[in-house]
Write a protein that binds this ligand. Structure first.
Ligand code: HEC
Length: 152
């Protein structure tokens, strides 16, 4: 490799590394979550708040405060960089068998929670920040409850 190629490559690599190391963590949301039933530190496998409209209202405020910048206000992703979260339940909605549907929704719950906790990093570039340690599970499940109820 000639040095003419090497220099810009090195600069890019350093830029990517610096971006990973110094990526600023987002602040914790200001939304009051004290009305949410306490779940503790052990993360549930499936949404314990499913179909609760009161909790979805808190979830909506949390969503608009922490996720809407990228996923669009009120989950309207048009013109925003991140995928619309409404689509996540698409397949489960079509499942007729009740037991299978429950398992399908639990699968999506698992994917949702894991993604939110770990964020999305591709080749060291942050596409979505990791929310672990910023959002408690109560907040994440409240957001999921909002997403579920608005995905129908
Ligand atoms: C800084 C922008 C940004 C913020 C803020 C953000 N996301 Fe994301 N999110 C993304 C991007 C970009 C992707 C797609 C990443 C990829 O697949 O490359 C994504 C993907 C996801 C996915 C996976 C979607 C799929 O179709 O597979 C979920 C779930 C998700 N985000 C939930 C959330 C939630 C919940 C919040 C708020 C707590 C949030 N995100 C905040 C940018 C963001």
């Amino acid at each position: 490799m000639t040095h003419r190629l090497f220099a810009p490559l090195l600069a890019t690599a350093l830029f990517v590394l610096a971006g990973t190391a110094f990526a600023e963590r987002p602040p914790a949301p200001l939304t009051d979550t004290s009305s949410l039933p306490v779940l503790g530190d052990v993360w549930r496998d499936a949404n314990p708040y499913r179909d609760d409209e009161t909790i979805a209202a808190v979830g909506r405020t949390l969503y608009n405060e922490t996720c809407s910048k990228c996923h669009g206000p009120d989950m309207n992703a048009k013109g925003h960089p991140a995928p619309p979260l409404r689509r996540l339940q698409r397949y489960c909605r079509k499942v007729q068998d009740a037991a299978l549907k429950t398992r399908c929704l639990a699968d999506v719950d698992h994917y949702f929670v894991t993604t939110v906790k770990q964020g999305k990093y591709i080749l060291g570039v942050e596409h979505m920040p990791a929310w672990d340690g910023i959002l408690k599970q109560e907040a994440v499940w409240a957001i999921k409850t909002y997403v579920d109820l608005r995905s129908r």
